[in-house]
Design a protein around this ligand. Structure first.
Ligand code: C5P
Length: 207
């Protein structure tokens, strides 16, 4: 069975948590596509050229997740993500993952628009910039990163602007996507809302 759930949205909107929960509850594979761009960014910060790094990307490059989740790598990821050749180099892997047998959940910025417009379920997960920055600040501070609330808000806004205004695959809701605004929702409620949207399509595809 090919069955894809495409989850797009800005940084710290809750799309990662929702995607992991959907994959777990429905028994689907999950790919956090942001990690691909973060891994390219990490190689770039170590001296590689972004396009060469994207073309040479290997599964082992995604393993050190904690290292890839710093604020510095997030900013660099949104810079390499503007480069069309970088995006093109990552396309086939993501498309194959999306249509793999058994079904998949992918989260990112362009899953419903570019990677898998034929996805059976498309979600667009949002929240206000202030709420997202607060969440990201708490996450990074809890891991011991040296961050301030104001700095994290600035980073989130800079990344939003870069992701929404680039010419290739800008962040936007795909045609037919259902929006979930998680600003005033608990994690549990957001997961419930996403499951209520995805489960009927999943049951229909599994029949
Ligand atoms: O989702 P995450 O915050 O890890 O993504 C890091 C950056 O990678 C984003 O700010 C965005 O610029 C880029 N990205 C993208 N397309 C995706 C996933 C991430 O351009 N599908």
């Amino acid at each position: 069975m090919a069955f894809t759930i495409a989850v797009d949205g800005p940084a710290a909107s809750g799309k990662g948590t929702i995607s992991r929960a959907l994959a777990e509850q429905l028994g689907l594979a999950h790919l956090d596509t942001g990690l691909l761009y973060r891994a390219v960014a990490a190689a770039t910060l170590q001296g590689a050229t972004p396009v060469a790094a994207a073309r040479a990307l290997a599964p082992s490059d995604l393993e050190n997740e904690d290292f890839l989740r710093t604020a510095e790598i997030a900013q660099e990821a949104s810079k390499v993500a503007v480069i069309s050749e970088v995006r093109a180099a990552l396309l086939d892997f993501q498309r194959a993952f999306a249509r793999r047998q058994g079904g998949a959940v992918l989260d990112g910025r362009d899953i419903g628009t570019i990677i898998c417009p034929e996805a059976e379920v498309k979600l667009f997960v949002t929240a206000s910039a202030e709420v997202r920055a607060r969440r990201r600040y708490r996450e990074l501070a809890a891991k011991g990163h040296d961050v301030t609330p104001e700095g994290v808000l600035e980073d989130v806004q800079a990344r939003d602007a870069r992701d929404m205004n680039r010419s290739d695959a800008p962040l936007k809701a795909a045609a037919g996507a259902v929006s979930i605004d998680t600003s005033d929702m608990s994690i549990t409620d957001a997961i419930e809302a996403a499951l209520a949207l995805a489960r009927p399509a999943f049951d229909a595809a599994a029949r």
